[in-house]
Design a protein around this ligand. Structure first.
Ligand code: ARG
Length: 268
């Protein structure tokens, strides 16, 4: 069953690909800010139409990746763990989000001491937090998240540079009966065994599902927002009783992002 969610998003007003900090970003390839804005607006309106509450934060000039709100906070039970970016180009984003939380009534806001790209590498699975490392978030940030948020953290090792954040390789489908979809090729052998143990009934994605950012989905327990190219994955999810909802994210993908990257979930 779907549950109503609260999301924080940032319009791509200053979106660009001016530097390259992941294999998807090619600064020599043109991007259309207008098209990015139309795609982002369609994603935003999709959430609203599904009944979710969406807040927005003011975008900032000089921060072209600020549209990827998922990277700036992990919020569970009203407790906010902020971000610390690996790339200096993104470092300033973290404090704008910290201030947004303080201005919007969140008083329990802690900034991490380790590199921590928030929901880029953290996925709340209902009873525990799945946490990726390997390219961005420091493994020390996993222990820090457990201590600050007070939830069990399960560390997972990412091994493919194209899937540099956990949310490019895995997403949570449902939290009450925890289940996920993931692309096995993105994980180390030991992490795969952990995922098989925790989620024997998981949806196993193909290389094609992953390449179009199909694992960057957003589920409310029933509706699953997916990039429009993720037709195979969408059909498999429909077969399991989920409702795929397709959005075009072609411009955002040029920065290495998709629906989930644009969407921070605020829990509690
Ligand atoms: N260009 C951004 C970066 O490389 C994309 C971030 C995508 N966000 C995400 N949650 N995966 O940092």
């Amino acid at each position: 069953m779907p549950t109503t969610r609260r999301y924080l998003m940032c319009p791509p007003q200053y979106f660009a690909v001016e530097y390259s900090i992941n294999p998807w970003m090619d600064p020599s390839r043109p991007v259309s800010r207008d098209l990015a804005m139309r795609q982002w607006t369609a994603l935003h309106d999709t959430y609203v139409d599904l009944g979710h509450k969406v807040d927005t934060i003011e975008p900032q000039p000089g921060l072209p990746d600020m549209v990827f709100a998922a990277n700036s906070g992990t919020v569970i039970d009203g407790r906010v763990l902020g971000a610390q970016f690996r790339a200096p180009e993104r470092a300033a984003e973290a404090d704008f989000y910290r201030r947004w939380f303080l201005e919007n009534g969140y008083h329990d806001v802690v900034m991490p001491t380790r590199i921590n790209e928030a929901e880029g590498d953290f996925a709340w699975a209902g009873r525990f937090l799945l946490a990726g490392t390997g390219f961005r978030t420091d493994p020390g940030a996993h222990a820090e998240a457990q201590e600050i948020l007070g939830v069990p953290v399960v560390s997972l090792q990412l091994i493919d540079p194209r899937y540099y954040h956990l949310d490019t390789a895995l997403f949570v489908l449902s939290e009450d009966e925890p289940n996920i979809a993931y692309y096995p090729g993105a994980f180390s052998g030991g992490s795969l065994r952990v995922l098989q143990r925790l989620f024997p009934d998981a949806v196993i994605a193909t290389a094609e599902d992953a390449e179009c950012f199909g694992l960057n989905g957003v589920s409310d327990g029933r509706n699953v927002i997916l990039p429009l190219e993720a037709t195979r994955l969408g059909a498999e999810l429909a077969g399991r009783g989920y409702e795929p909802v397709f959005v075009d994210i072609s411009e955002l993908r040029k920065a290495g992002g998709g629906p989930k990257c644009c969407t921070m979930e605020i829990r509690g």
